[in-house]
Ligand binder design. Structure first.
Ligand SMILES: Nc1ncnc2c1ncn2[C@@H]1O[C@H](COP(=O)(O)OP(=O)(O)O)[C@@H](O)[C@H]1O
Ligand SMILES: [Mg+2]
Length: 360
């Protein structure tokens, strides 16, 4: 199918009905790789946001799901801004005391230590994109100040009498859904509405299993210096990864691929054996991080009101058991041994979780 194109105000092209695979190619060229059909509606909205106008865009998704990569793709698909700066504000680390000067700049002599004029991040992003990363962590006291700047389209450097107009595209990323935070009074409703013009929800990797193969091949290519070229991902490994309830983070997948390549000695395909080998060399810190992420995800499900505490933990236990049993070649005895419980205990746990035994 040919795509219909039409010109937009700044001379760019609006690609209204690109086929799914063309859309994926466009994003891949701009660094965002996906093999999933379920992301296509999101990519369509993202390309529209990039090309049609300067709408403020909010990207929600767990840490490491690719929010920054997507934001950069939107920036570079924006014909008007792509040659100007993409500036990231790490909202979780802006200090309350220095934030205004960091964001809006200051005039020489505005406070002790201000020896020269400073431009601030908003001005550094002039005619480009300002990426507000982890905006959910922006201190509450700074939220009205940010809103004010966004509403008026000007900044006033600390100590200056003059407003400076700013022309920037704003993309905000949140690693937790903002709406519940608004309800809890931890994020200002007015700022939320100002940011939430176009919302893009990036699902965790475990909800888009079709991305495993394309991402792993991309990372194998990116880190080709660690080993020789990888041509494929073994279907057995893909089936295994798809059965893992906890793998949600693309950054962790990339680290795992690097370890796999580093430890690999033969073959041109990534296999389940490569995966198992790299898991055993994983740094302990990363394992803890995975646990913390799982705990966060469970807590989010409970705090969103999707289920109660007991039900959430039972669901978690069920998924852990299912993951353990899905390892190819599993027997009940092997699984019990790996879980450090008796076969009898495993049997009762499976029954309690409503798991029909698929293994002997
Ligand atoms: N769709 C993707 N295509 C290619 N690389 C990706 C993709 N998503 C994530 N990555 C990789 O994972 C890393 C983490 O992604 P990032 O965008 O920083 O996540 P987030 O901002 O959600 O925490 C990136 O540096 C990139 O290497
Ligand atoms: Mg990030």
């Amino acid at each position: 199918m040919r795509s219909r194109t039409s010109s937009c105000a700044d001379g760019g092209i609006v690609r209204e009905d690109l086929t799914g695979s063309d859309l994926r190619k466009v994003f891949e060229q701009h660094g965002f790789v996906t093999g999933s059909d379920c992301l296509l509606p999101l990519l369509r909205r993202a390309i529209k946001a990039a090309e049609v106008s300067d709408v403020t865009t909010l990207i929600e998704g767990e840490t490491g799901t690719g929010k920054q990569v997507l934001a950069q793709a939107i920036h570079s698909l924006d014909g008007k801004r792509k040659n100007n700066a993409f500036v990231t504000v790490h909202c979780s680390t802006v200090s309350e005391s220095l934030a205004e000067s960091e964001l809006f700049g200051h005039q020489r002599g505005a406070f002790s230590g201000a020896f020269a004029n400073r431009r601030g991040l908003f001005q550094a992003a002039r005619n480009g994109t300002l990426f507000l990363d982890d905006v959910n962590d922006l201190p509450l006291v700074l939220q009205p100040k940010l809103l004010d700047v966004l509403q008026r389209g000007t900044v006033r450097p600390v100590g200056s009498d003059f407003e400076v107009p700013i022309d920037v595209r704003i993309i905000a990323a949140a690693n937790r859904p903002l709406e519940p935070l608004v309800k809890e009074g931890r994020f200002r409703q007015d700022l939320y509405h100002r940011l939430n013009v176009v919302r893009l929800e990036l699902p965790p990797l475990r909800e888009r299993p079709a991305d495993f193969a394309s991402l792993m091949l991309t990372f194998a290519c990116r880190h080709a210096g660690l080993y020789r070229p990888i041509l494929s991902v073994d279907p057995e490994l893909l089936r295994f990864l798809e059965s893992q309830p906890i793998l949600g983070n693309v950054r962790e997948l990339e680290n795992a691929v690097q370890r796999m390549l580093f430890l690999k000695t033969e073959g041109a395909s990534l296999t389940l054996e490569d995966w198992t080998r790299q898991v055993s060399t994983e740094a302990p810190g990363e394992k803890i991080d995975l646990m913390a992420q799982t705990a966060n995800a469970v807590w989010r499900t409970i705090s969103n009101g999707e289920c109660g505490y007991g039900q959430a933990l039972q669901e978690l236990e069920k998924r852990v058991l299912e993951a353990a049993m899905s390892v190819p070649g599993s027997t009940r005895r092997k699984v019990a041994k790996q879980l450090h419980i008796s076969e009898r205990a495993l049997y009762y746990k499976m029954r309690a979780c409503g798991i029909a035994s698929r293994i002997r």
